[in-house]
Ligand binder design. Structure first.
Ligand SMILES: [Zn+2]
Length: 101
């Protein structure tokens, strides 16, 4: 019975931490959790799903650094999310449309 309470307590603490991390990221200007603009180590910019505390398709190297597949350059690289106010108008057009397909 005691072990069950320990497991429940750990799960609650982890859940609170994950929610707090995602709230912090959103307040810091990142579009996290959700579809976030990210830049790979070679400078390519693209949208990917980013949730603090969880990643199924990328290797977490830190809270704001992951290693995964760059869909623009089609290579594997480290990537970091980009804050909304760090995007130029050209970046927004590249990410959200406006350019001919
Ligand atoms: Zn790239």
């Amino acid at each position: 019975m005691t072990a069950l309470w320990v497991v429940v307590a750990v799960l609650v603490v982890v859940a609170v931490l994950v929610v707090a991390l995602n709230l912090w990221a959103r307040r810091a200007g990142y579009q996290i959790p959700g579809r976030s603009p990210v830049r790979c180590s070679k400078g390519h910019l693209f949208l990917t799903t980013w949730v603090m505390g969880g990643s199924l398709t990328k290797v977490r190297l830190g809270p704001l650094t992951r290693w995964g597949h760059c869909s623009v350059g089609r290579h594997w690289a480290t990537m970091r999310p980009v804050k909304d106010d760090e995007l130029s108008d050209k970046d927004r057009t590249t990410l959200y449309g406006g350019a001919p397909q």
